[in-house]
Design a protein around this ligand. Structure first.
Ligand code: 0O2
Length: 209
């Protein structure tokens, strides 16, 4: 059986995921606002969100050999939220904040900061079970939250584009450069963490102007 037969109406299937992404984006932006209102350093720099398209869900299922019945377990990032932070320390502050929320449940954590992927990818992933209120009642959807610094995001965005270009089969020279760039992003994060108090004060002075 094909996933296309398994899911009769894709718009209907994706609607709760879209709602979850919109609601979570708003909630996270409000956390940022709250910090600013209190004149405190906001651990969230900016938030983006997207729902995977039918085509990209089908592609992931094909590449990973996921059976149609296993779509919900196999594709956990149909709804995806990305939270960008200035400092690595902010990532763990945000993770802690999310862990203590009552409006959803954190069901899985993948810390690719402590355990960098072989590709050089670093990011903190949380999988949430998020209840969405629909006209038909409550539906629980799975949302993947990626929390990263701006440097981690820069590297991941570039690597993602290159991955498409080379279909994951990088020439040796590109592979080496990506490794070096990942190390450079790591060092940049370390340097920024060292001087974060200075940077925080400077930003607060600038914001008050
Ligand atoms: P897209 O287009 O960003 O949506 P598994 O690897 O099987 O344990 P799974 O489901 O792949 O688990 O989850 P994982 O690896 O925790 O997270 C998947 C998502 O993380 C990817 O989604 C990417 O967004 C990001 N990601 C993971 N590894 C890398 C990497 O090496 N480079 C980059 N640039 N991003 C990565 P998709 O669906 O693959 O892509």
């Amino acid at each position: 059986m094909l996933a296309d037969d398994f899911i009769e109406d894709w718009d209907l299937f994706l609607a709760p995921y879209q709602q979850a992404v919109e609601e979570l984006k708003l909630k996270l932006k409000n956390i940022r606002k709250e910090y600013h209102a209190l004149n405190r350093h906001a651990p969230i720099e900016f938030v983006t969100g997207r729902t995977k398209t039918k085509e990209s869900i089908l592609e992931k299922m094909h590449v990973r050999n996921i059976a149609p019945e296993a779509i919900l377990d196999g594709v956990q990032d149909i709804a995806g939220i990305r939270i960008m932070c200035q400092f690595v320390e902010d990532i763990y502050e945000v993770a802690n904040l999310l862990m203590n929320r009552k409006d959803f449940k954190v069901i899985l954590i993948r810390d690719y900061i402590q355990h960098r992927k072989p590709s050089g990818y670093r990011s903190y992933h949380m999988v949430l079970e998020y209840p969405v209120q629909r006209a038909s009642g409550e539906v629980s959807v799975i949302v993947e939250v990626q929390i990263r610094t701006l440097a981690m995001n820069f590297w991941a965005t570039i690597e993602h584009s290159l991955n498409y270009k080379y279909s994951g089969e990088y020439p040796e020279v590109i592979l080496k450069r990506l490794e070096r760039a990942s190390e450079a992003a790591f060092l940049l994060d370390e340097e920024m963490s060292e001087i974060r108090e200075e940077i925080r004060e400077a930003i607060q002075i600038f914001d008050r102007r």
